[in-house]
Design a protein around this ligand. Structure first.
Ligand code: GTP
Ligand code: MG
Length: 452
């Protein structure tokens, strides 16, 4: 496939960070497209993936990347909306992303979702670089369109440079508080033990060559072995989104991280009630450099190889869950594949007891992250599920004896039907947020109130 090059697959790069810190703008700048303008309120509604081939990386990075020095085929970027859970980014045995870019606005510094992202990166041991974005907003900054950052920095006044340093050292300090040693990327020798901080502007393109050079270097140097996989085997991927698509019914947006999926494959997908076995009806590929979530004219393809974003149309996908595994059966025993998917679903099965709160989350990955956070806070869970808060969850919460457990914690979910009214009537507390630790904190405050 076009994502393969010298037998190596494309590294998957997740772009994470707080709302509005510039994740989409950054990718936009790299793509040279205008995805952001097509978005309602410039807020990313869905998760998408963008393949940037090596020659485009070379073009954007200019003198900093010589494409002939690399044998990786390019980079596959996954954009994650700040208000949405990026915790769908799980795969067999850990993180879906091979590398991540943590975007931090130099004016805002670390924010709740920055903290959450860094915790997930640490837990999954995903190597990352920090893009310290919006350096162009430093008062007096002189723009040098698309220039490498050190070149632009040399041309700035002392006053600007001083402010630049102050802001950057603040971020380096925050990284240190989060347990990571970091420095300006050009001073970093070993990117595995030190986090490289790359000052950038998604608006002016300054520092973007550096960012791509650092990512390519990191991937080429430390990940080449992991990229040398047989991409002709039966495909393995992760569901990013379950989506209604006109003319296709319920479809899956999938990131394929291993092997190949073909248009005539039988696949097994993780669902609310266990593995779903179904036959692919169509494999839909966004055109190169186009975003999966805004591209309406999909191209039907016969097969697609890792690493790629692909939309799968097939019957019986209504119960599929975001964050769940997808496997092509081809040549393998169906029962074995079902067992594999079952096992992966069980990996995130949460320890539940007879007494505890009800937890709901939007994806399998976010449910896992919620469960981890609650275990740390020693809050017992009675039921944990992917999905919106339904009346039956309220009914469940009323069965507990202890007042402190009459609660539902919902991460990035809505309430269905009369669930909210019923909770009110039955004295069940409902907590909802799209920041995990805020949910935990609000719940802890509620418990303290009871105990007082
Ligand atoms: P969510 O998807 O909602 O989490 O936000 P995001 O992180 O994708 O941020 P987005 O790219 O939508 O940018 C948010 C706002 O910041 C937009 O108004 C951008 O134009 C602006 N912005 C992004 N990068 C820069 C930058 O480097 N400089 C300046 N001046 N503005 C920027
Ligand atoms: Mg965005």
């Amino acid at each position: 496939g076009d994502t393969q090059h010298g037998g190596l697959r494309t590294p998957i790069v997740a772009v994470l960070g707080h709302v509005d810190h510039g994740k989409t703008s950054l990718l936009d700048k790299i793509r040279g497209s205008t995805v952001i303008e097509g978005e309602a309120g410039a807020i990313t509604q869905h998760i998408g993936a963008t393949a940037v081939p090596l020659d485009v990386v070379g073009e954007v990075a200019g003198s900093l990347v010589d494409p002939t020095e690399f044998d990786l085929p390019g980079l596959l970027f996954i954009d994650t909306p700040g208000h949405h859970s990026f915790t769908t980014l799980r795969s067999r045995g850990g993180a879906l992303a091979d590398i991540a870019i943590l975007v931090v606005d130099v004016n805002d510094g670390f924010q709740p979702q920055t903290e959450e992202a860094i915790k997930i990166l640490a837990d999954s041991q995903t190597p990352f670089v920090v893009a310290a974005n919006k350096v162009d907003t430093i008062p007096g900054w002189q723009i040098h369109e698309d220039a490498p950052i050190q070149q632009s920095l040399e041309a700035q006044s002392d006053r600007v440079e001083q402010q630049f340093n102050e802001k950057l050292y603040e971020i380096i300090g925050e990284l240190s508080d989060a347990g990571f040693t970091s420095d300006f990327y050009w001073r970093v020798q070993d990117f595995r033990s030190n986090v490289g901080v790359v000052p950038v502007s998604a608006m002016t393109g300054e520092g973007i060559p550096d960012l791509l050079a650092v990512l390519m270097g990191l991937a080429q140097r430390y990940m080449k072995e992991d990229m040398a996989i047989d991409v002709t085997g039966p495909g393995a991927g992760t569901v990013l989104e379950v989506k209604e698509e006109q003319g296709f019914g319920t479809t899956l947006d999938v990131i394929l991280y291993d092997g190949t999926i073909r248009a005539d494959d039988t696949i097994v997908v993780g669902g609310v009630n266990g593995p779903i076995v179904t036959d692919v009806r169509a494999l839909l590929k966004p055109r190169p450099l186009a975003e999966i979530r805004t591209e309406s004219r999909f191209e039907k393809v016969d097969e697609i190889a890792a690493a790629s974003g692909v939309k799968i149309a097939a019957p019986d996908l209504d119960d599929a869950i975001a964050g769940a595994p997808v496997r092509a059966v081809r040549g393998r025993d169906l029962d074995d594949v079902i067992a594999d998917v079952q096992e992966e679903l069980a990996e995130v099965a949460v320890d539940t007891g007879e007494e505890g709160v009800v937890v709901k989350a939007d994806t399998l990955g976010s449910l896992e992250a919620m469960a981890n956070a609650m275990e740390e806070a020693e809050i017992p869970i009675m039921r944990a599920e992917v999905g919106d808060i339904a009346p039956r969850d309220v009914a469940m919460a009323t069965t507990v004896d202890e007042e402190e457990y009459r609660a539902i914690l919902g991460f990035n979910v809505d309430t269905l039907g009369d669930a909210a009214e019923r909770a009110e009537q039955d004295d069940v507390r409902v907590f909802r947020s799209d920041v995990i630790y805020q949910l935990v904190e609000e719940y802890e405050a509620f418990v303290e109130d009871i105990e007082r």
